[in-house]
Design a protein around this ligand. Structure first.
Ligand code: A2P
Length: 328
């Protein structure tokens, strides 16, 4: 039987991209239910040329026969409703940060650790957007050369902050500074502040990248640090990733390894101004890598520039790929 699907947060930025990706990949389904807050109840969303009425999410939303629910409606919504769904036999793929570090919840990037899907107890977490694109690239390198230390520096798009982030930038570009998503104007700025600050001086986004890297690669010995920055870009996160390995590397071999690994496109021809760009990655499902070069300050190090559409591979596409694994 084809699965019945629920989209929780169907009116949001990620939610509407769930629908696009499901349609593009011709995901099989019997029935599909669109859910959001009371604010959107009664509105319609279009999927595969058909209009669907949005239902208000509540305790009874999962009383009906639903097999898979894709959640992207914020952490508080997932915290409350993902367990209710799971108790009703639904398998939840949750895009929020609520369940990612829970020991009973697998945290999955299908190119990296698809086997972890098998031990789910009804909730599977989609990693943080910045983590996902880094994992696709780090996994083949860790398998081959064993990573000792990673330094992430990110340049993250406003679409990661939902509709408010997008309007703060588009209004700001018109000269109307608006600070709904951020404490400062984003137009013409770089904000070294994503999610909230923690007692250790890091932001929560930075700690997500650190902790999720350990969980997904299954190796707590990797040293990881991160600085995450919001930049005035609408779509796609860019990341400078510096990696130090235990074992010797060859830069050409690294380039070939990445080019032959799943989900990656190498764009690395600096002589012709070819390197990954946020605007080129936008609207696509792959992770782009370029500027592949040796870090001469250590024995076995490289620098990479990694770009992916944060709403697609960083969120919706990764979740749909997990759902595809579930129905295999
Ligand atoms: P709504 O549009 O009804 O507020 P974004 O991050 O792009 O702003 O989208 C957030 C998504 O999560 C929207 O679909 C939003 O629905 C949904 N959402 C937010 N809060 C809740 C809630 N308490 N219950 C259900 N859906 C929610």
């Amino acid at each position: 039987k084809k699965p019945n699907i629920a989209i929780v947060g169907a009116t949001g930025v990620v939610g509407s991209t769930f629908l696009k990706v499901l349609e593009e990949r011709d995901f099989p389904f019997e029935n599909i239910y669109m859910m959001a807050s009371s604010k959107s109840a009664g509105k319609t969303v279009t999927f595969k040329g058909k209009d669907y009425v949005v239902e208000e999410l509540n305790e009874h939303s999962f009383d009906k026969d639903i097999d898979i629910a894709l959640f992207s409606a914020g952490g508080a919504t997932s915290e409350k409703y993902a367990p209710i769904a799971a108790q009703h036999g639904v398998t939840v793929v949750d895009n929020s940060s609520a369940w990612r570090m829970d020991k009973d919840v697998p945290l999955v990037v299908p190119e990296v650790n698809p086997a972890d899907i098998e031990w789910n107890h009804g909730i599977i977490a989609n990693p943080n957007c910045s983590t996902i694109q880094a994992m696709v690239v780090l996994k083949p390198l860790h398998d081959k050369y064993k990573i000792k230390r990673v330094i992430y520096s990110t340049y993250q798009a406003v679409s990661g902050s939902g509709v408010k982030g997008i309007s703060d930038l588009s209004e700001g570009l018109k000269g109307n500074d608006k600070c709904e998503a951020y404490p400062h104007p984003i137009a013409g700025n770089c904000l070294p502040h994503i999610d909230v600050f923690l007692d250790n001086g890091y932001t929560k986004e930075e700690m997500k990248m650190i902790n999720e890297t350990h969980k997904i690669l299954g190796d707590d010995n990797i040293k990881v640090t991160a600085t995450t920055v919001r930049v005035p870009v609408f779509d796609s996160h860019s990341e400078s990733i510096n990696i130090e390995f235990e074992n010797p590397i060859d830069v050409d071999e690294v380039r070939e390894l990445l080019a032959s690994s799943p989900g990656i496109i190498v764009q690395d021809d600096p002589a012709n101004n070819v390197y990954p760009l946020a605007r080129d990655a936008a609207g696509t499902n792959e992770v782009y890598v370029g500027r592949i070069r040796r870090d001469y300050s250590v024995d076995n190090g490289i620098n990479l520039w990694v770009v992916a559409d944060n709403i697609r591979k960083g969120a919706a596409t990764n979740a749909v790929q997990i759902a595809e694994e579930l129905i295999k």
